[in-house]
Design a protein around this ligand. Sequence first.
Ligand SMILES: Cc1cc2nc3c(=O)[nH]c(=O)nc-3n(C[C@H](O)[C@H](O)[C@H](O)COP(=O)(O)OP(=O)(O)OC[C@H]3O[C@@H](n4cnc5c(N)ncnc54)[C@H](O)[C@@H]3O)c2cc1C
Length: 443
Amino acid sequence: MTRRDLLRNGGLALASFGVGGCAKFAPRHAARRGGAPAEAIRAPRMPINLAPVNASWDRVIRTTIGLRPHRDSGFVLRADKLDDKLLVHNYGHGGAGMSLAWGCGSMVADFAMQQSERRVAVLGCGSPGLTAARQLQRRGFQVTIYAMSIPPDTTSNMSLAGYTPVSGLVSPDKRTPAWDAQFREAAEISYRQLQLMVGAGYGVYWQDAYSATDNPNGGGGGGGGNNEGTGDLLPEHLRGPQNREVLGPGEHPFPSQYAIRRTNLRIEPSIYLEALVRDVWRNGGRIEIRKFVTPRDLMSLAEPVIVNCTGLGSKSLFNDDELVPVKGQLTVLVPQSEVTYSASGRPPGMPAPPPGAPGGGGGGGFNPNNATMNARSDGLVIGNMMERGNWSLDINEEVRKRVVDAAVKFFSAMQAAKPDLPLTRAEAPASPPRVDSFFDLES
Ligand SMILES: Cc1cc2nc3c(=O)[nH]c(=O)nc-3n(C[C@H](O)[C@H](O)[C@H](O)COP(=O)(O)OP(=O)(O)OC[C@H]3O[C@@H](n4cnc5c(N)ncnc54)[C@H](O)[C@@H]3O)c2cc1C
């Protein structure tokens, strides 16, 4: 690799700006985010000084399971007739239902506006159901949510919940131009809405994600793993500047040559979903616990408009055979309020994956041997898995052991924080990364 290559990829770190060596630093986010020209990256930066993660088996506090509602041809967002009622479907968001929900909800409301009556039944109380309810309330609808389970007992509560709009969402060969247009609109509306919700009230915040790597040209998926395989939702020439910054040897505390830092938008599901429930109530909405078995059951509802946000429930309720669960499993360590970032990387001694394999720099999906950590106020979330077709809600002990062992190994090899320097904390970016710079994240 030439020096010019290094500069282009942000590898200027190889110059003499090691931790603690400089009196003046460029402000965070000033230079190398969003594909800044090479000249702009010459200024030294604040040294990265991260609070260590205390990963050990005795700090494991829970393991959660969730089934992502996946369809190879992507989410369903369309209006049908059910006798004299308008039935709007909004389900099948795979690993992107926290990310796309506000935008899909807005398009649901567009469909519902075609009906003159302003009473609507929303089926389902996860992220797609609650956000659709709010978008409908904003347009003047009187909303009742019917669901057999509500937060904290929904798939949405089991989510890693980053802004990962393409994660586990669609097979590239099954996309259509009409679906692409809906996806794009959903991603943009949702991104904007989530930005407006940043703060403790909704549990939405910007977070730095570090991806420890020996390959400075890798995807840099941070704590969620990277997903170069579905980055083709947009053709190359339409993709935005990359939301990544390469830190070189001596510039970061991880057991790797480089660390790729990017800015992510994250959601704390338990805070966020409870806040949405409160918002629905405050705006005159009602929530009723109820299970529907066949579409005929819906005829007993008084509302002339029904919005179906039942996720995987649509498989039996509406006979959608394309729906398939993609099992996820998260293990949570004792919270550490000083850890405010996410990180991922290969534990020392673990062989590098072959080129083209997950995590190998060219393939999509998770590298199952990597350690991952996402900091939340309810714990440090480690590991993840994607197992297609598995309906079991039982903990996979082998995966749990692997992810905890990987985290213990990786984080015990991380350098300690420098006591004489302030800890590096994520800041809101001066201008948010473009929406398409998130189209490579998997969760
Ligand atoms: C481990 C993991 C990590 C994830 N990470 C991310 C991420 O980083 N970013 C992201 O955007 N997404 C992520 N997801 C995906 C996201 O969580 C899902 O896309 C989303 O939660 C799906 O929402 P849903 O409404 O379809 O399902 P749910 O949240 O389960 O809601 C479905 C609702 O419908 C109700 N219901 C179902 N059937 C019936 C019926 N017959 N009668 C009455 N009510 C019914 C349920 O009770 C529930 O209220 C992740 C998921 C997992 C499991």
